[in-house]
Design a protein around this ligand. Structure first.
Ligand SMILES: C[S@@+](CC[C@H](N)C(=O)[O-])C[C@H]1O[C@@H](n2cnc3c(N)ncnc32)[C@H](O)[C@@H]1O
Length: 368
């Protein structure tokens, strides 16, 4: 396939699709992303601002792929939906799709797109695909089920011109992810920068890597190890937690690498989608039910492009579930400072959040 990539970031789609496909365009406005893309894909054409991408730049593309900016559809953003200035840039995906009518459009974003701002951005995606006459499917998938020791539930949306994208995203109904039961003999990931309103506690994996604080300070999650050590991953390990090779974002300034990695689409999930595009299979209509008429859209759904929309009951993990575990890997870590840990424990003690028995006590023991 010839792929035109919009909002390319660190290039998660490009790595996931692999060298069997040909990227005909890269696009990103952030200087840090541009440095990485130019270093890793020196042959590809790069246009910085999506607003400047024209039909002639991508005429021959078979697929348009885009992890469009999530700030206005994320729970921690302004929740402005298409009224915001950033997520509304997805309109450029459909501006270009209308001009070139590619065989496929593949989008990725945070799964809160299903309900933030009344679910209107997702409604726009369904509507825009239908306006093109494309059938569409979407599914929430968790990167943890693809061998990465990171819990990361994300929204994958595909619209296709002449084929059924349900045969890519929905035909593998999947398997259930195991419960997040915290066992002191296993590492526990958590957000050390939070504590009051959320903690992200995750057994043997980290909670989702994020872009960083609103002022651009990197804040990778921490991990409490069974021996009492509290560590944070190095940037190279964070790259691996997203499926990139170590050092992938080296061309960017060190502080900005975290944001690039935290923003990226998980590479093995894209690889899975790409494999399924190569071998589509019929999906089971018995798993479908009428689309609920409310602003929280289901975890997965399908539309025939002519107005029929159905909710589809599939899992967030494929049947080839390969649970990623910190304890299985050889990762590199640095210590979390006493000051940072003390701050977290104090916030946690003051908060109304419930913590599993023994967790805060183990952190206090480490401080002593
Ligand atoms: C969620 S990230 C995409 C990450 C990407 N899928 C990856 O795997 O790394 C969104 C990207 O949109 C870029 N962006 C924001 N405004 C843009 C614009 N006007 N034109 C092009 N890119 C833009 C940001 O710099 C950011 O890298």
């Amino acid at each position: 396939m010839r792929i035109a990539s919009l909002f390319s970031g660190a290039g998660g789609f490009e790595v996931g699709f692999g060298s069997a496909h040909n990227t005909i365009l890269l696009n990103d406005i952030a200087p840090s992303a541009i440095s990485v893309l130019r270093t890793q894909f020196p042959q590809a054409t790069l246009i910085e601002d999506v607003r400047n991408v024209q039909q002639g730049d991508i005429n021959s593309a078979d697929a348009l792929v885009a992890g469009f900016p999530c700030q206005d559809v994320s729970i921690v953003g302004g929740q402005r939906g298409l009224a915001g200035t950033r997520s509304a840039l997805v309109e450029h995906v459909f501006r270009l799709a209308t001009a070139i009518r590619p065989a496929h459009i593949l989008l990725e974003n945070v799964q809160s797109i299903r309900f933030v701002h009344g679910g209107r951005v997702l409604l726009y995606l369904m509507y825009a695909a239908e306006k093109l006459g494309y059938s569409w499917a979407y599914r929430t998938l968790d990167s943890r089920a693809f061998g990465l020791p990171q819990r990361r539930r994300r929204f994958y949306f595909m619209a296709s011109r002449d084929s059924d994208p349900g045969e890519v995203l929905l035909s593998d109904a999947g398997s259930t992810l195991p419960a997040n039961s915290l066992d002191p003999s296993l590492p526990v990931g958590f957000y050390w920068t939070e504590g009051r309103s959320g903690h992200g506690l995750t057994a043997d994996a980290i909670p989702p890597l994020k872009t960083g604080s609103s002022i651009g300070i990197p804040s990778p999650p921490a991990v409490l190890f069974p021996n009492g050590g509290v560590k944070i991953p190095t940037i190279e390990t964070a790259e691996r937690f997203q499926g990139f090779p170590e050092g992938w974002t080296e061309a960017a300034p060190p502080r900005l690498r975290w944001g690039l990695v935290g923003n990226a689409v998980s590479v093995p999930v894209v690889r899975w989608v790409s494999d399924r595009m190569n071998s589509p299979a019929v999906w089971d209509r018995k798993l479908s039910s009428p689309m609920p008429d409310r602003p929280i859209w289901p975890l997965a759904a399908w539309g025939d492009g002519r107005g029929l929309r159905l909710a589809v009951k599939v899992q967030e993990a494929p049947s080839s579930l390969e649970l990623g575990r910190i304890s299985d890997g050889n990762y590199t870590w640095t210590d979390l400072s006493d000051r940072a840990l003390t701050g977290f424990v104090n916030r946690a003690r003051e908060s109304r959040l419930r913590y599993p028995e023994g967790f805060l006590e183990r952190l206090e023991a480490r401080l002593r």
